[in-house]
Design a protein around this ligand. Structure first.
Ligand SMILES: NC(=O)c1ccc[n+]([C@@H]2O[C@H](COP(=O)([O-])OP(=O)(O)OC[C@H]3O[C@@H](n4cnc5c(N)ncnc54)[C@H](OP(=O)(O)O)[C@@H]3O)[C@@H](O)[C@H]2O)c1
Length: 139
């Protein structure tokens, strides 16, 4: 039985790439899809191509096809490090499909934040906003 947590990563920029590496290094996690902009030069590549890795293959797909690819790759959870506007759209799609999402994107307005809360209430979906994932230190 494969009991790895299946992850969809949206936004494969500076931070997304580090997150992809970390996920692919963990035995209990599986990166099943990564998502870029609709006209990105990353489209059609794999995460291995992008990061020069020799790991299992993960397709990089367009945000335009997010819903279709969520249904195809069947992730348990999504992680979004893209941009506020993109994230709002993505969370709408994810919530509708009942996929919980961890949002690392920053820069939401108060209105954006209210929209995220409204989506979680409407679809009863799990939305975590983690605006600071940096490791802290204890004194
Ligand atoms: N929570 C934290 O601790 C933390 C830490 C670092 C950064 N962040 C936040 O995370 C976000 C990304 O930061 P970054 O430094 O990784 O930025 P970045 O290098 O510019 O990466 C942003 C990525 O988002 C993608 N993107 C933009 N619009 C998109 C859309 N409509 N659909 C799908 N992907 C889209 C871009 O796609 P392409 O690849 O196709 O160009 C790009 O790869 C920012 O909001 C930043 O403030 C948060």
């Amino acid at each position: 039985m494969n009991d790895k947590l299946r992850i969809c990563l949206i936004g494969i920029g500076r931070t997304g790439q580090e997150i992809a590496r970390t996920i692919m290094d963990q035995d209990d996690l599986e990166l099943v899809m990564a998502v870029c902009k609709s006209k990105s030069d990353k489209l059609g590549k794999t995460v291995n191509d992008l990061l020069h890795l020799n790991q299992y293959e993960v397709p990089i797909t367009s945000v335009e096809d997010l819903e279709d690819n969520i249904l195809k790759y069947n992730p348990d959870v999504a992680i979004d490090f893209s941009s506020p506007t993109a994230t709002l759209n993505n969370v709408h799609t994810l919530s509708k499909l009942n996929i919980p999402v961890v949002i690392g994107t920053t820069g939401f307005s108060e209105d954006d934040a209210q929209q995220l809360i409204a989506l979680s209430e409407k679809y009863q979906s799990g939305i975590v906003h983690a605006p600071n994932i940096t490791q802290g230190s204890m004194f």
